[in-house]
Write a protein of this length. Structure first.
Length: 136
């Protein structure tokens, strides 16, 4: 069982079992002002999040243990303040649209295009910051 990640400040939560994809994503996100926490499965992420977790989840669509919809439901049930970016090597347009309608910030293709991932994480964090300020 993983230790809970208590983050009063925003963080990036990477859900990816493939070390090659993880390294590419880490390279893309290097130098950003948020810490990166790695998880090999969505269950590991969910078990580790504390009530105050907020930031950006970057997760592979080919999740082990649960579907993207199940992950979104779990995160919504806990009311975490998290933007979600999905990575996929074969998601269809209909699936991507459904994910974005369900609250996903963006869906990016694999292999990771470093510049695109970096830009989308920055945008997601900016949107999250704006939404958190508006809700106070």
């Amino acid at each position: 069982m993983s230790a809970q990640v208590s983050q009063p400040d925003p963080a990036i939560y990477m859900v990816e079992a493939d070390p090659t994809v993880r390294r590419r994503a880490d390279a893309a996100l290097a130098g950003l002002p948020w810490p990166i926490h790695h998880f090999e499965s969505p269950r590991e992420l969910l078990d580790s999040l504390s009530y105050d977790a907020h930031g950006c989840v970057v997760a592979n669509v080919a999740l082990v243990e649960m579907t993207v919809q199940e992950l979104l439901q779990e995160l919504g049930r806990e009311q975490h303040k998290l933007a979600i970016i999905l990575l996929s090597n074969n998601i269809g347009v209909a699936e991507a649209v459904a994910a974005m309608r369900a609250g996903v910030h963006d869906v990016l293709p694999l292999p990771v295009v470093e510049r695109a991932l970096r830009r989308q994480v920055r945008l997601a964090m900016s949107d999250l910051r704006t939404n958190l300020k508006a809700s106070r």
